[in-house]
Design a protein around this ligand. Structure first.
Ligand code: ADP
Length: 258
């Protein structure tokens, strides 16, 4: 794979105690910088703005009010980008912030503009685009006209948009299981999936963690989009981002959607 999109979930970035997992960020910066130096094109889609914002502001419950969530996300986004920037600077890389909304799907002009920005950034040797949804512009979780709803689907849309070979989705679980492992302890990891059948959808239980938003359902929707475009996606555990190297060297890791 020469062009890769990596999505990292809140559950990987934020520890249970609301503190950011700096170790993961540093390792992610290291791995992606190496790939970039090897000549690969890399895009990072990062969740975590609300979780980081909660930590910064000392809030321990995710706000219920949407406008409050947007405010917390705005605080967290700035902090998160600062942390990424420092981590990537260690390897001579700078980060480029791309905040997107559904406009890129609904309006051809926005679609073209963001695509041009990506092409330009990907042609640079020292820049890593980091993408998130523009939470202060998108209206509500339920308003599908403006909001993607989650970074899982957003990362699939970005993978389509930049015509990447592979989407690597880093979560807090080793892959897709034939049942939610939180509820069914002897659930088995499924190593490859070539279509999103009703049985597979039924195996995706509710939300995982206190900070995570999508759970497995939105990851399957992302996978569906990837498969429709004849692209590939690997879902695996992000606790050690060096796993990206294993994936790219062809080791069987997590669940491959292909
Ligand atoms: P992220 O923050 O990485 O996006 P989420 O917490 O939203 O992660 O989703 C991952 C969680 O989905 C897992 O920790 C697990 O509890 C839950 N889950 C539900 N069904 C499944 C399944 N069939 N296989 C794996 N995980 C599942």
């Amino acid at each position: 794979a020469d062009r890769i999109v990596v999505k990292v979930g809140t559950s990987t970035l934020i520890r249970q105690n609301s503190k950011i997992n700096l170790d993961v960020i540093k390792k992610l910066a290291h791995a992606l910088s190496i790939l970039k130096k090897e000549g690969k094109d890399v895009v990072l889609v990062s969740s975590g703005a609300i979780g980081v914002g909660m930590g910064v502001l000392g809030i321990d419950k995710r706000p219920i009010k949407i406008s409050k969530q947007q405010a917390v996300a705005a605080v967290g986004q700035a902090e998160l980008m600062q942390i990424y920037n420092e981590a990537f600077h260690e390897y001579g890389m700078s980060v480029a912030q791309i905040l997107i909304t559904r406009d890129i799907i609904d309006y051809p002009e926005s679609h073209t503009n963001v695509m041009n920005s990506f092409q330009e950034l990907l042609s640079m040797d020292n820049a890593i685009p980091i993408v998130n949804e523009n939470d202060s512009v998108t209206v509500s979780e339920l308003d599908h006209h403006t909001k993607f709803g989650d970074n899982d689907q957003l990362s699939a849309i970005v993978t389509n948009l930049v015509d990447a070979d592979l989407l690597i989705m880093l979560s807090d679980i080793d892959g897709f299981y034939n049942a939610n492992p939180l509820k069914v302890p002897d659930a088995k990891l499924v190593s490859t999936i070539d279509s999103i059948s009703p049985t597979i959808i039924a195996a995706a239980g509710g939300h995982g963690t206190k900070f995570g938003t999508g759970g497995m359902t939105t990851k399957l929707k992302a996978a569906e989009r990837i498969l429709k475009h004849n692209q590939q996606m690997v879902l695996t555990n992000g606790k050690n981002p060096d796993i990206i190297f294993n994936i790219l060297s062809g080791d069987p890791v997590g669940t491959l959607f292909s």
